[in-house]
Ligand binder design. Structure first.
Ligand code: PMP
Length: 304
């Protein structure tokens, strides 16, 4: 990732990609306290648009607030910087990665005295769980690792350190030949994927797990609004892994994963074992929304 052409916004300036470096004694590298976002920009008929830029930028600021990290840039500056990065790299559609982290002024747990840096990179990134996954659905395995308890890493924060838990779960599942992991909370109820929220469809109703140990996904929020607009009843409730075994359909949502059907969980085929009719409708509508083909959702698009 480091050796490529292009520009990264780094502490207020666009710097050549290969020069966007930091010292090995940077505090965040040692203690894991960095907050970040994953954002996508899509090509539309009216030009490239960053999807739900304001909401992603607000979540970055919220993550920082939870961890008492003072990001030295206002929301509008960070939003404009993200647009600038897409323009500078001449990207039509891409993934953006804003990150705020502590510098190398000091060692020791306390962040007091360490400077906050912000970087924003953008690059082309196709379907996170594969084009085939988007069409045919993926195979998922329940992880032996629990999702963080609500009083461990603070689930409303998109925190770099919290992703060690995602990595454990994802490696376990993928090394066993599955496409992704499903994590349960510390009480055994369904939480989320290693980088996705989950929905199931049962008897025409769309259900999501109560958002306790899971990240409050922005794609999740989009899907709830899209599903309701399509006339579906969407409910949040405590879900168990066998609720998913018995569901008619299941799918993951995320900025990277978009809307990815799940065709199997723990070797149980879900529904017909393919992208189901409700998932198909929501997925198609989602791609219309992000691609600028749904005028009602125009306010979610920030043209660069
Ligand atoms: N949960 C986790 C753990 C994630 O990393 C992500 C991706 N950011 C999501 C859920 C989905 O969130 P969003 O739709 O905002 O990308």
């Amino acid at each position: 990732m480091a050796d490529r052409d292009g520009f990264i916004w780094y502490d207020g300036k666009l710097v050549p990609w290969r020069e966007a470096n930091t010292h090995v004694l940077t505090h965040s590298l040692h203690y894991g306290l960095a907050v970040f976002e994953g954002v996508r920009a899509y090509k539309t008929a009216k030009g490239t648009a960053i999807y739900r830029l304001a909401e992603h930028t607000q979540r970055l600021l919220n993550s920082a607030r939870i961890y008492m990290m003072d990001i030295p840039y206002a929301k509008d500056v960070l939003m404009e910087a993200q647009k600038e990065v897409v323009r500078a790299n001449k990207l039509e559609s891409c993934y953006l990665r804003p990150i705020a982290f502590y510098g190398s002024e000091k060692m020791g747990i306390s962040t007091v005295g360490a400077t906050v840096h912000v970087a924003i990179a953008a690059w082309p990134w196709g379907a996170y769980l594969g084009e085939e996954g988007l069409e045919k659905g993926i195979r998922v395995k329940t992880s032996s690792y629990a999702r963080h308890h609500v009083n461990v890493t603070m689930p409303r924060a998109k925190l770099a350190g919290a992703y060690t838990n995602s990595i454990l779960a994802n490696l376990e599942a993928t090394r066993d030949g599955y496409d992704e992991a499903l994590l349960l909370d510390t009480q055994g109820f369904v939480a989320e994927g290693s980088g996705e929220n989950l929905f199931v469809v049962k008897d025409g109703v769309i259900l999501e797990p109560e958002i306790a140990s899971a990240l409050t996904g922005i794609t999740r929020d989009s899907v709830i609004r899209i599903a309701r607009e399509l006339g579906y009843d969407v409910q949040s409730r405590r879900l168990t892994r066998d609720d998913i075994y018995l569901a008619d359909e299941a799918f993951f949502t995320g900025t990277a994963a978009e809307v990815t059907p799940i065709r199997e969980l723990d070797n149980r085929v879900i529904g017909e074992g393919r992208r189901g009719p409700v998932t198909s409708k929501i997925q198609a509508r989602f791609f219309d929304v992000v691609g600028g083909r749904a005028p009602e959702y125009e306010s979610w698009l920030a043209y660069v």
